[in-house]
Design a protein around this ligand. Structure first.
Ligand SMILES: [Mn+2]
Length: 268
């Protein structure tokens, strides 16, 4: 049995299937974990989610910003061109239920190597220990089950930009979602800098992983997606970026956690 984590698929179903063939994914034996952004922008978002649900015993993932957007569209009965086939599908309620169940962080321990992998869409900020991150993911997942309508309605916006444990209610949930699914840069205090998306150096804008690396022990890893411009490069062996911009015409990437072997498919 092997664990494979795949980067942002964003509706690139044909490439996902090619990648599954390349890794010889066996649904009755292996596990496939999506690093978030299952859907949107690409041509076959509905097919991607149907594939996940057909193999739900072996496929899971963490939620990305585009997945939250889809949940919002479904629950608030909004329209969107790229996601229309899902919104009009007979499976829309099943899709909603399945997607809403996915956490923001998954912790996977590989028995043989004793290595621990934290899978997350955007990243884990240095201001949260790995334990805190898992706890906040559990909290949000639980709240989403009870009150998704309002959480999804009130998740929009960039503020507060700074996490405080004392945050409550929808502000708290919005901030948790923003760190886990939209973060790229933080300042030295851990405030979110959500406006900046390019790779140019800028004062007081630090890629999140440059501060988080200090929190990781040698056998702890973070695997993330979201930041296609990095093309997988973080310069830290314990922080592994998997978004290689398939939806932008580049590559779809997966990693096998047991030996950290990388598998890639070019955009078809
Ligand atoms: Mn994303």
């Amino acid at each position: 049995m092997s664990h494979y984590v795949v980067g942002d698929v964003q509706g690139c179903y044909d490439e996902l299937i090619s990648l599954c063939k390349k890794i010889k994914f066996k649904p009755n034996k292996d596990k496939l974990i999506f690093a978030g952004d299952f859907v949107n922008r690409g041509p076959k978002s509905l097919e991607v989610l149907e594939f996940c649900m057909q193999n739900k015993k072996s496929i899971s993932g963490v939620l990305g910003n585009h997945d939250f957007y889809l949940l919002y569209l479904i629950e608030h009965k909004k329209r969107n061109k790229s996601l229309k086939p899902i919104l009009e599908s007979k499976s829309v309620n099943r899709i909603f239920k399945w997607l809403r169940k996915q956490p923001l962080v998954q912790k996977i321990k590989i028995n043989k190597s004793k290595e621990i992998f934290y899978i997350v869409h955007a990243g884990i900020p240095f201001i949260w220990s790995l334990k805190t991150a898992k706890k906040l993911s559990n909290e949000l997942q639980g709240e989403l089950k009870k009150d998704s309508y309002n959480i999804l309605k009130k998740m929009w916006g960039d503020s507060p930009s700074r996490w405080k444990e004392s945050l409550e209610g929808y502000k708290r949930y919005r901030t948790i979602i923003n760190y886990f699914t939209r973060m790229r840069y933080l300042d030295a205090n851990g405030d979110l800098k959500l406006k900046k998306k390019d790779l140019k150096k800028e004062k007081n804008h630090i890629p999140w992983f440059e501060q988080t690396i200090i929190n990781l022990k040698p056998k702890e890893y973070i695997v993330f997606g979201h930041w296609a411009a990095l093309n997988g490069k973080t310069k830290f062996k314990n922080i592994i970026g998997l978004d290689t911009g398939c939806v932008w015409g580049n590559k779809l990437t997966a990693i096998r956690l047991e030996d950290k072997k990388i598998f890639q498919i070019n955009k078809l």
